[in-house]
Design a protein around this ligand. Sequence first.
Ligand code: SF4
Ligand code: SF4
Length: 366
Amino acid sequence: MAEIDRKLLLDCALCPNMCRCECPVDQALGKEAVSPTGKARFAHMMLEGQLPWSEEFVEAVYSCVGCKGCETLCPFEGLELAEELRLVRLEAARQGVTLNSVQPYLSNLKKYGSPYGSRAPLSEEARGSKGAEVLVFAGCTTVANNPASLEAILALLDRAGVSYQMVEEYCCGYPADLWGDPELARQLAKENVRLFADSGARKLITNCPECWLTFKRRYPEWEQELPLEVVDGTAFLLELVREGRLKPAKVEGLEKVAYHDPCVWARYEERTEVPRELLASIPGLKLEEAAAAGKATRCCGGGQMFQLASPAGSEAIARRRLAEFPAGMPIVTDCPFCREGLKVEGAEVLELVELLQRACCGGSGR
Ligand code: SF4
Ligand code: SF4
């Protein structure tokens, strides 16, 4: 497992903190303690034994949405503050401190394999064709908060003639790792790898960028070898449009949308053109960009499951982000956390797959 880079963390703790203007948590909460330097200082002092490992200080270390905003202005090469803070949270858990607010979700993970609790078994339709090459991985947040987006992707695959299957998946492990239980994360990953191997599928598609990143980045760290290729769901659908297997038509009554770039896609992967090409494929639809778009995106408040760890903090970030969008049109995004995060103040937010379903299948049907 990676180790905390104490030297870089100290550099950050002593830095003038100029990047705070790009830290959505700092900007929304206006507290020195949750500025990038503030978090690094608490982390450094707890590690050095100058402060106790208490919930009060650990809460500051949890106040990071993993957006990489600070990195856009950071002079220290190799410093990924969100990653250092993640490692400090793992150390906090070893010291017996985990945030109280996440405890119920951790219990659910242990009991049901999902942070949101038990879930209904898959329907026959969702199970698809046993042995199909493509396996759809929904992700816990989609299943719990927006099953319509899962139905949309299945409908689009049907429409394009792509045979798929689903399995009774477990959480990818991301929240357990975020909240300081790497053993649980590894266990969940192991169960998933077993299910994927048994399925015989060769390609996994997911519309959740956090699941995608977990498969790509964490599974190798957890020594879990995936038996299939992991593919970004939006990119997969764009290929189907390019091949002419999906044919978007005008969506009646919808002329303009705004698009919110999820941090994982825009900042970690620098993938910003895929959703724009997909939106451009819908006849008669105009994209109006947000004030901060593409790689300059800002977090919706849902990064690193901040909605669950700190609902009020997450909402404060979302309100600031919403003010950056043009008024009077829906906001489209391709992340279940962003959709959930931005749904404050009556904002109309939908996932790209839902819009594509309307364009390709008409209404909400198949
Ligand atoms: S992330 Fe970089 S720029 Fe921001 S406070 Fe830390 S060292 Fe300074
Ligand atoms: S990753 Fe984002 S939330 Fe975390 S410290 Fe940097 S700017 Fe703030």
